[in-house]
Each structure stands twice: as C-alpha cells, then as structure tokens.
Design a binder for this molecule. Structure first.
Ligand SMILES: *Cc1c(COP(=O)(O)O)cnc(C)c1O
Length: 382
C-alpha cells in the first residue's frame, strides 16, 4: 500500500497558520486543571479563574459530583447509541421535564450540547425560501443553524429593534420568518430587549427564538419568546443543551433535528449531574444573585454601572494589548483570558471577566485594582 501523502495538506496548513499568526488571531491550547476542590492549576501554578462560565460553581458541587458518580456506576460511562436507538436513558426525560418546569415552557428536548441544539432546532423551524433575522452578535452556533437551514439570513445591528423591524417588514408573507437573539450576550454581557423584539415579531407574524446560554440560572429576565434554547454546560455546571417550546414543536425535533437524530445521547453521568445541578439551583435560589452581585461589585470598583449579568468585558482595543493585560493579571494569580477577533469584531479585543457565586470579595477587590492599573498602562484609563 502506498504511504499516505500529507505533504500538501501540511504545507498549506503551515501557510494558513502563519497568516493567522501574522494577524494575531492564531489560537493555542493551554492545559488547565480545574480541580473539584475549587483550585485552578495552569502550568502547575494555582490561579483564581475569572474566565469560566461555571457561574454558580455547580461543576464542583458535592451533590452534583456524587450524582455523576452514582449514575456512571449504575449505567456506565457512555450512552451507547443515539437516543432514538437505545440511548434514551430515563434520566433524559426527567431532565427534560425539569427544564420545562424551570423555564415555564410546555416541553423541552435535551441535545448533546448547546451548539448542537442551535444547529438542530433552527433548521427544524425554517428552510429555503424563509427568512432569518438575527442580531449580529448572535453566537456562532446560531449562525451555524441559520446557514444549515438554507433560509435567507439577515443580521441586524446589535440590539437595534428598529433595524430588526425593518428587515422583518420586508418578509415575504407566504413564507416563515424567524427572529433570533441571545438573552444575555456572551461576549458583552448585555441583555437583549426581549419584550420589544417579541412585540415586533408578533406585529410581523415572525417566530422568535432565544439563546439563554448565559442567562439560565443567573439572569431571570421576562422572556416572551416561544422557543428558548440554552445550555447545561454553563450555570448548570455539566454538559448538554436544550430547546424548550410548544409541545408539538419539541416532538417534531425528535424526528427532524438532525443533530438530535444522528448524535449519541449524553453520557448518563452527565445527565445525572445536570439534573442534580438543577435541583441545587431550586433549593439554593440565591446562587444566581450572588454571582450577579460579585459582577456588580467588580463593575462598581472599576467605575462601571452597566453590569447586567455575570459577564463584564473590559476593552483594550488591539489584541496584543489585551494579551499583555491578561499576562499581567496571570502574574498575580488571576486567570482571565483575552478574547480576540474573530470571536469578537476587529479592534474590540477585550478581557472577558466572568463572576461566580464562589468568588470572594477580597479577591474581587484585588483584581479590580490590578485591572485599573492595566487600563492606565494601556493609556485607556477612563
Ligand atoms: C456556549 C454557548 C453556546 C454553546 O453551548 P455549548 O453547550 O457549550 O455547546 C451557545 N450559545 C451561546 C450564546 C453560548 O455562549
């Protein structure tokens, strides 16, 4: 048999990598151990993370860990098959019932991840000939679902209700239109004007779907959207995604969402962890408020009163400056990852601080003082 020839792929990949490097957008992995005792080790050094989405600290909650271990012992490590084949562990249904109840929605379907939920649900709603009108800052997974659907995609300026209305009014009355937004924007931490958007969706006869990845468990906004997706990998501390909505639509997903039909069910330990985490959320309803309070404390210390979620972005402009600020914080034991293009628009490189119910005030104060110093160093102190 002839030997595989990788030279071409490898040579072209090397050129592409060099181009990314030149633009300052080449990414690299950094092994990071988030230990169950709350410590985070990077390169063996203990750090305090202000860069994960485990807003309630539930990924290391003793009850959640115990539930994952117990289900794994009982059922094994993997689901064995897609849910429609033999992988529909009863924990799926329990989890779906709980999500529907917490979201005050008629029904819910659990997916392998939030990304898969968006990539599966959007094409189950609209197709070629239909129109999608979406906020320009919607997550990559919503863009993926929109493209997979084959519908015409029109983005509107971030949170601009007038612009969204403008595009929705141009819809073809004989086809479907779908309005997409996030509830809490993942990179900016700001909130969508959900009630106004729902109003224009209703006026133009469009459907509306929201991505609540960063709201669930933390920000309890009134949300009139009839279809709401979210993830179990952030505040719920586990893994998996969900779509909640009207019963027939949820039932339709079981046959039509390709990322549901053709993907293996979640591992039983993950399902049990998510289920237990949602139970902890119900018995400890103060956790979300604590995370939000910590974010607001940080905001007030750096002169910001525009904190509405557990996410606080601090802008540095150029990617290299944000990277330098991240390095300065790391030297002092704070893990805060710089977010660069293409995740965010050009020249809007930032440090994205995320706050959890487990952070303590002394650390937040020390962090805020350092951040003010990095901003002054970057010549951007406000
Ligand atoms: C993280 C995220 C997702 C994807 O969820 P996963 O469960 O991590 O796949 C979708 N939408 C938004 C806004 C997110 O931040």
């Amino acid at each position: 048999m002839a030997q595989k020839d990788f030279t071409d792929i490898d040579a072209i990949s090397a050129i592409r990598l060099a181009m990314l490097e030149e633009r300052g957008i080449r990414r690299a992995l950094l092994p990071t151990e988030r230990l169950a005792d709350g410590r985070v080790l990077r390169g063996g050094e203990p750090m305090i993370s202000f860069s994960d989405n485990d807003y309630l600290g539930l990924s290391s909650h003793p009850r959640v860990i115990a539930a994952a271990i117990e289900a794994t012992r009982k059922y094994g490590a993997g689901a064995g098959a897609a849910r429609l084949i033999t992988g529909d562990n009863p924990l799926n249904e329990q989890l779906e019932a709980k999500i529907a109840r917490m979201k005050r929605m008629p029904a819910a379907r659990v997916f392998g991840s939030g990304y898969l939920a968006n990539a599966g649900a959007i094409p189950a709603l609209v197709s070629a000939g239909d129109l999608i009108v979406m906020d320009e800052l919607c997550h990559a997974s919503m863009h993926a679902g929109a493209r997979l659907s084959g519908a015409r995609v029109q983005t509107f300026a971030h949170n601009n209700v007038t612009s969204a209305a403008h595009y929705l009014q141009q819809r073809d009355a004989t086809s479907h239109a779908l309005l997409l937004t996030e509830t809490v924007f993942s990179m900016d931490g700001d909130l969508a004007p959900l009630e106004q958007l729902a109003e224009i969706a209703s006026q133009t006869g469009a459907w509306m779907m929201t991505d609540d990845a960063h709201g669930f468990g933390v920000v309890d906004q009134k949300n009139p959207a009839p279809i709401q997706m979210g993830t179990l990998s952030k505040a719920a501390g586990a893994y998996g995604g969900y779509v909640a909505g009207p019963a027939n639509f949820i039932e339709l997903l079981t046959s039509r969402a390709r990322t549901f039909v053709y993907a293996t069910g979640l591992p039983p330990g993950v399902l049990a962890a998510a289920l237990e985490a949602l139970e902890v959320m119900e018995v400890e309803p103060g956790l979300g408020a604590k995370a939000l309070g910590n974010a607001r404390l940080f905001g007030s210390l750096i002169g910001r009163n525009d904190v509405f979620s557990a996410i606080v972005p601090v802008h540095y402009g150029e990617a290299a400056i944000a990277m330098a600020a991240s390095a300065t914080l790391a030297e002092q034991g704070f893990l805060v990852t710089a977010i660069r293009p293409p995740t965010v628009p050009e020249n809007s490189a930032r440090l994205r601080f995320t706050f959890s119910a487990k952070h303590v005030e002394a650390d937040i104060r020390r962090l805020a003082a350092l951040v003010l110093k990095t901003l002054a160093d970057a010549g951007q102190a406000k």
